[in-house]
Write a protein that binds this ligand. Structure first.
Ligand code: KIV
Ligand code: ZN
Length: 405
């Protein structure tokens, strides 16, 4: 077995699946702005839009295709001539283009949504993939609701899509129904049963309805997948898609179990996440892994004490590796004396032992009524202490309410 990590293609669909979620729509300049950031971040593929959906979607795809030269630019199209032709038109200026064509393959979708038959679906897929290949050699086919599709039928679909020119086959967990073991076995089975499976790259696209999108995507790698579709901040339909930043950092931090590499510049993850949040006016959940405001913040006294002694006690990666500020010891009612002292030192204030006792007491007292204590609050406490405004100096040492702290 080689020691070189296997490359995983990062297909970013923030501008398509992400953007189509409520509250996340972006105008053309915003999409272009984010596309530049995704390029700098190092994604392999940017899915820029679904051109048939609206003239604005088509225009955004065209502008991204014109300006962004390094990554492949993908456009979504149903397996319909008109969709595919519109996608191809929007992608015309691209340096490297991919048509991503899709059709649902589960009986539920075929019968209840499309009101058609498996055979008609298969025919449309063959025709769609063939038409897309007339515009580009890079064609991705997605079997919508693949994880709830009949396996025998799905195998026929995948074989036909590859036979007719699909170079990437994406099997989405459209409704976020899968669990990790099942997802790994699912991909392994399809790849084992489809005779021409080795002619295409397999891709996963997981939704987060059960909060398992990242876990399922990582499990899919074990089943032979080499492309992951994901979004910044995990945005997307309903509960969203697999979060790009979580996937990338899981692979980086747990190389021992996930021997894969990506071309992502992880130091830009936080800025990219913040940019998306500004462009869509949607805040990032503060406890969101990797890019949340609290992802590297420590307030509990014993955690802060551990951090001051050796950061590895409570951090499995360095905040600066994902573009977050290093060492965020938040002062509040759970804080410890060492953290107060360290913050003061960082602000250029050296306290005597007596002053520290007074300032520390002031911090935990103010923390009873406030979420966090800002640097200016701390400066004022020091000034008041030094001017003799406060003279009460209780001697107890806070241990914080942190877990295990
Ligand atoms: O969730 C899904 O199935 C999709 C496809 C169009 C790829 O977004
Ligand atoms: Zn999706």
């Amino acid at each position: 077995m080689s020691d070189t990590p296997t490359h995983v293609v990062i297909f970013d669909t923030t501008l398509r699946d992400g953007e189509q979620a409520p509250g996340f729509s972006m105008d053309v300049p915003s999409k272009l702005n984010l596309a530049r950031a995704l390029d700098a971040l190092g994604v392999d593929i940017i899915e820029a839009g679904f051109p048939i959906a609206s003239p604005a979607d088509s225009e955004a795809t065209r502008q991204v295709a014109r300006e962004i030269r390094r990554p492949v630019i993908a456009a979504l199209a149903r397996c319909r001539q008109q969709d595919i032709e519109e996608a191809a038109r929007a992608l015309e200026p691209a340096e490297r283009r991919r048509i991503h064509t899709f059709l649902a393959t589960s009986d539920l979708h075929i019968e209840r949504k499309l009101h058609t038959t498996r055979e008609a679906v298969l025919e449309a897929i063959v025709a769609g993939v063939r038409r897309a290949r007339q515009f580009t050699d890079d064609v991705e086919f997605s079997a919508e609701d693949a994880t709830r599709s009949d396996r025998d039928f799905l195998c026929r679909v995948v074989e036909a899509a590859i036979e007719n020119g699909a170079t990437t086959v994406n099997l989405p967990d459209t409704v976020g129904y899968g669990v990790p073991d099942e997802t790994r076995e699912f991909f392994a089975e399809i790849r084992r049963r489809v005779p021409n499976a080795d002619k295409a790259v397999f891709s996963t696209h997981c939704h987060d309805d059960l909060g398992l999108a990242v876990a399922n995507s990582l499990a899919a790698l074990d089943g032979g997948v080499r492309q992951i579709e994901c979004t910044i901040n995990g945005i997307g339909e309903r509960a969203g898609n697999a979060s790009l930043e979580e996937l990338v950092m899981a692979m980086r931090v747990r190389q021992d179990r996930l021997p894969y590499e990506t071309t992502i510049n992880s130091e830009l993850l936080f800025d990219t996440s913040q940019l998306l949040s500004r462009l869509t006016a949607e805040p990032v959940q503060s406890n969101k892994a990797i890019v949340g405001r609290n992802a590297f913040a420590h307030e509990a006294g014993i955690h802060q004490d551990g951090m001051l002694k050796d950061k590895r006690t409570y951090e499995i990666m360095r905040p600066q590796d994902v573009g977050q500020t290093a060492e965020q010891l938040v002062l509040g009612r759970h804080s410890g004396r060492h953290a107060v002292q360290r913050r003061c030192e960082q602000l250029g204030i050296v306290l005597t032992t007596d002053e520290l006792a007074l300032v520390y007491h002031a911090v935990i007292t103010m923390g009873e009524n406030r979420k966090a204590i800002a640097d200016n609050d701390l400066r004022r406490m020091v000034e008041r202490t030094r001017s003799g405004e406060r003279s009460d100096a209780p001697g107890h040492e806070a241990v914080g309410h942190g877990h295990g702290a």
